[in-house]
Design a protein around this ligand. Structure first.
Ligand code: UDP
Length: 239
């Protein structure tokens, strides 16, 4: 390793929608391959990486609830969607020689390992990429909250939130050309101003555990490792 990365251990959160590319649904393998390449670049810097992938490209629990169905069952379906995405990411990582393991919050031993904090720590210490699937394992939560939870559990130095844009702006930069990206804001400001970075439970958990949230563009090739090297475009949410 020639450069000292900005963080030693991180959790990367990407929404399920990030995986669907232009398709509008499901998984675009070329997009997953690109995200895997970015994770590989981070590993080459010596950074330990945990990953949480959402499930919104396949299913969200509210879709059932909004049509009068049972929300809990809907959320179970959403959590299963995150397992599908996690298996896709592991496949892409393994293809390029990155050692990766999927640990699910809901036991499904034929498909992947079950999450345990101790085992996850030991895999991360050994340099494996650990993909945390199944969200928190509980309905009424989100994968944003799962990402903050796992970041706290494994002692991550930062939580990387991959979004469509390269940070938090004063207004929507796709609509308002005068919008300016914040370099740095506090968790408290995000909560007070209702900035839609992650859900409130996730922000609160990160804040309580003094975990900075790095908001960056998941679609910018090499963006993840550029930030880890101390450059790149992002907003840092920290107290
Ligand atoms: N989900 C859940 N508990 C969790 C995480 C996720 O019930 O701890 C369900 C919920 O239905 C959610 C779906 O899984 O809508 C997909 O997760 P999320 O919406 O966070 O995915 P993303 O928007 O990041 O793609």
């Amino acid at each position: 390793m020639t450069e000292k990365p900005r963080y030693r251990r991180v959790v990367l959160k990407a929404s399920g929608e990030a995986l669907m590319g232009e398709q509008g649904f499901g998984i675009d393998v070329s997009v997953v391959d690109r995200i895997a390449a970015d994770i590989s670049a981070a590993r080459k810097l010596g950074v330990e990486v945990g990953v949480v992938i959402g499930g919104g490209n396949i299913f969200r629990g509210v879709a059932v609830a909004s049509k009068g169905g049972d929300r809990v069952t809907g959320d179970h379906m959403g959590m299963l969607a995150t397992v599908i995405n996690s298996l896709a990411l592991r496949t892409s990582l393994v293809k390029i020689g990155v050692d990766a393991v999927v640990m699910s919050a809901i036991a499904m031993p034929e498909l992947c390992e079950s999450f345990s904090q101790r085992q996850a720590m030991s895999y991360m210490n050994a340099g494996k990429v650990v993909i945390f699937a199944g969200g928190t394992g509980n309905p009424f939560f989100t994968t944003d909250s799962a990402a903050a939870l796992r970041a706290a559990e494994i002692g991550a130095d930062a939580l990387f939130k991959g979004t469509l844009v390269d940070g938090v702006y004063t207004a929507d930069p796709r609509r308002d050309p005068s919008a300016v990206r914040y370099e740095r804001i506090t968790h408290a400001q995000v909560m007070r101003d209702g900035l839609a970075i992650m859900d409130t439970a996730a922000i609160a958990l990160a804040r309580e555990n003094h975990i900075p949230i790095i908001v960056f563009s998941i679609h910018e090739e090499g963006g993840f490792s550029a930030i880890l090297r101390g450059g790149g475009h992002c907003t840092i949410v920290a107290d």
